[in-house]
Ligand binder design. Sequence first.
Ligand code: SAH
Length: 359
Amino acid sequence: MPASLAERLAARIAATGPITVADYMASALSDPDFGYYARADSTPLGAPGDFTTAPEISQLFGELIGAWLIDCWRQAGSPDPVNLVELGPGRGTLMADIMRVARAVPEWRAAIRLHLVEINPALRRSQAAALAGEAPVWHDTPADIPDGPIMLVANEFLDALPIRQLVFWGGKWRERTVGWSAEAGFHFTLSPGVSALSLLMPPDLRPDQGAVFEISPAVFGAVTEIGRRIARHGGAALLVDYGRTASGLGESLQAVRRHRMVPVLETPGEADLSAHVDFGAVTRVAREAGATVAGPVTQGAFLEALGIGARADRLKQKAPRDKADALDAGVRRLTGADAMGTLFKAVAITAAGIVPAGF
Ligand code: SAH
C-alpha cells in the first residue's frame, strides 16, 4: 500500500494519464484509506476542526428545521411510518436538535424511522453518541434508504460532492484535468478535445478565454434520487448549502484546512474540498425527477420567515446574560448578509400539494 494519497494518485496518473477534477475530488474526500471524509482520524467540524457549520453555531437552526419538518409531514398526511433521513449528518448536532423538537409531538416522534447517510467512520461514532436512544440506521449512499415516504434534510452535503470543471480555451469547452510529473508535482491540465459535458451547459453563456463552468454529475445523481423518491412515495426534502441561485460561469472549488484556505492540489486527503452548489441545476433536476420545488431563497430570508428572531427572544427570556448574547450572535451569523445569510441558500423539494414554510 502507498504511504499517502499523493503517492497513490501520482502512481495512477503516471500509469493512465491525467484524471478529471471530479476524480481528484472524489479520491481526496473519500479514498477508503486516505480520503478526507473516510479517514478515521479526520476532525472536519467545529472550532478545533477545519470548518464550522450552521447547526454547530446555534441550536436555533436545528429547532426551526425540526418544526419545518413537522409542518411538511402533517401536510403530507402524517404518514406513519416515515423515513426521517439526513445526508451527511456531521457530528449529529442538527439531528439531535430535530429530535428534541420531535419529543413535543408524540405522533411524529412515533412515526420516525431514522436513517443517516454518512461515509466517515469517526463521524458515525459522534452521531451515535449524539443520538443515543434514537436507533439510527446508517447507509453509504441515499440509494440504500428503504422505500417509503421520506422527510429529508441535508446541510452542507451537496458542496462535498465531486464537481467537474470545463474551461473555455481556444473557442472550445475543454475539461480541466489533474496531471502529475516528478518536476512539477500535481498540476492542472486540459483535455485535448471538446468535452461532451458542454452539451449539458446552459446555451446563453458568453464565455471569454479561460472562463470556467462547474458541473456536478454527483449532485445531479443525489438530487434525482431524492426527487424520484418524493414523487413516488411522498414527503419533503430541505437542502441547505452555500452556492449560486442560477447556473453560470465561475470557479469555486476550494480547499480548507484548520479554518484557512490552502491550494486545492497541495495536500490531497488532508484538506476539505468543496464547491459552490449550482441551485439552478438542483431545481431543474428535481423537477425533471417529478417533484415540486420551492426556492432557492437565501438562508437569512428562510430562517427569518420561520421566525428565528421570535424564537431567539423567547429563549433569551429564560437565559442568563452570556447565553442570551450567544443566541444573538448565532442569529447574526446565520442570517447576516456579511456572514452566512446570503451566501447560503435553501431549496425545498416536495410532493405535489405541500406548501413548505419559509419560501
Ligand atoms: N451536515 C453537517 C456536516 C456537514 S460536512 C453539518 O451541517 O454540520 C459534510 C458531511 O457529509 C460530513 O458528515 C461528511 O462526512 C459527509 N459526507 C461527505 N461526502 C459524503 C458522501 N459522498 N457520502 C456520504 N456522506 C458524505
